[in-house]
Design a protein around this ligand. Structure first.
Ligand SMILES: [Zn+2]
Ligand SMILES: [Zn+2]
Length: 300
């Protein structure tokens, strides 16, 4: 008999920037970032984009009023990563406890960031009025444990404060690191210090590779095609080649493209995976490359 999976990963929202429902995005999905990870008895959720609404409905059905404890990890508070939270039904139930993890903003507490989008000018229900118990945990730089899993985080290269997460359980791990751009591309914009900037950037890029090293599933954005990327330098996102290169250097087992660009229809996303696979084949590597699809479940 094979051992039970260490993780059961479900993609509830795979889109970046803004939800894009419609016939041209049916296959990969139009909801923004939300990934559920079942980890033994623990329930981990990464980001609260519009995809979290459907997750909430599924959880209410599954738990039927039994106590529900959720560990919700926010990468950062751009709209596409938090906008579903006010529509997350379990947050309205007294039987729910939500541990919410994330970074402070620039001089702003996590609490203020989360409360902000539910201020009365934007939404009719305030965070404090929700019936669930919500405990906020600001990231302090140290790995910590949930059950028998270890959670580590690191800051990514994105406007504002954005965290990537790594979950390790036994000999398995997954990395959720979206909204990131290679440092070497952005730090070389430093005028006459360009070369020094590029070198320092390459060093910082190595830290991402170390964070992803050997993971079983690297959920990473590859928002832009290689052709699109030069016109979007400094926007805080990656090209197909940049993402595949991190996965290859890190010797990840699988890379899942995530945070699909709202301008990309299903055909474009499929073409991007094909480009990724060609690059991997040209290096003679065995890395598996896929694009995250809303509703897809992966066991690890
Ligand atoms: Zn985003
Ligand atoms: Zn962002």
């Amino acid at each position: 008999m094979s051992a039970p999976p260490a993780f059961r990963v479900t993609f509830w929202g795979t889109r970046g920037s803004i939800a894009t429902p419609g016939p041209s995005t049916l296959f990969y999905g139009g909801n923004t970032s939300c990934v559920e990870v079942r980890c033994g008895d623990d329930l981990l959720v990464f980001d609260a984009g519009t995809g979290i609404r459907a997750l909430g409905l599924a959880l209410v059905k599954e738990f039927q009023g039994r106590p529900l404890r959720i560990h919700l990890f926010i990468s950062h508070t751009h709209w596409d990563h938090i906008q579903g939270f006010p529509f997350f039904v379990p947050a309205y139930l007294p039987s729910t406890t939500i541990h919410l993890y994330g970074s402070t903003g620039q001089g702003v507490s996590l609490e203020r960031l989360i409360k902000g989008q539910m201020a009365s000018d934007y939404f009719p229900v305030a965070l404090g009025d929700l019936a669930s118990t919500i405990e906020l945990h600001e990231y302090r730089g140290q790995p910590f444990r949930i059950g028998d899993a270890t959670i580590a985080a690191m800051y990514l290269n994105h406007p504002g404060m954005c965290l990537g997460y790594r979950v390790t359980r036994g000999d398995r791990s997954i990395v959720y690191a979206t909204d990131h751009e290679p440092y070497r591309h952005t730090l070389q914009q430093l005028g006459e210090r360009a070369e020094a900037g590029q070198q320092f950037g390459a060093q910082l890029d190595q830290e991402i590779v170390a964070f992803v090293a050997g993971t079983d599933l690297y959920i990473a954005e590859a928002q832009y095609t290689d052709e699109e990327y030069p016109a979007r330098l400094g926007w805080g996102h990656s090209s197909v080649t940049a993402t595949v290169e991190v996965a290859l250097k890190a010797q990840a087992r699988r890379v899942a493209f995530f945070h699909h660009d709202p301008m990309h229809d299903d055909r474009t996303v499929t073409a991007m995976i094909e480009a990724g696979r060609r690059l991997i084949a040209s290096r003679g590597a065995s890395l598996e490359c896929l694009a995250a699809r809303e509703g897809e479940v992966i066991e690890i």
